[in-house]
Every structure is written in structure tokens, then in C-alpha cells.
Design a protein around this ligand. Structure first.
Ligand SMILES: [Zn+2]
Length: 66
């Protein structure tokens, strides 16, 4: 009566409880969708756009009157 120990964990994306076995081929995610979402967030963090700085005064030479 010794069941093999099953690792339980939660999907990093939706926090759904899953088991580390063949029933969840996309582990640690519950589904391929969650896996892609997590990868997308990871990628977007690397390429996140900084807040717009509209306080910069740009001297536009083409606007100078001569
Ligand atoms: Zn999920």
C-alpha cells in the first residue's frame, strides 16, 4: 500500500492545482495556453516599454525663424 509519491503544484499562470505526472504534459503549467501566457509575460518583461517622458524639451531647429 505504497502509492508512488505524486508531486502537487500550482500552475504559475492561473494557480490551478495540478499533478506532476503524465496527466499534465505542460507542467508546471496546467495547459499549453497557460504556458504560452507565461512565456509571453516573460518576453514582455524583457522588452517592456519605459514610461513616456513628455517633459523633455526638444529644440526643433526646423522651427526657428530666420
Ligand atoms: Zn493554468
Amino acid at each position: 500500500m505504497t502509492d508512488s509519491e505524486v508531486i502537487k503544484l500550482n500552475c504559475p499562470t492561473c494557480k490551478k492545482a495540478i499533478l506532476w505526472n503524465e496527466d499534465f504534459p505542460f507542467r508546471p503549467f496546467c495547459s499549453d495556453r497557460c504556458r504560452l501566457i507565461d512565456l509571453g509575460e516573460w518576453a514582455s518583461e524583457n522588452h517592456k516599454i519605459p514610461g513616456k517622458s513628455l517633459d523633455i524639451n526638444i529644440d526643433d531647429e526646423s522651427n526657428t525663424e530666420g
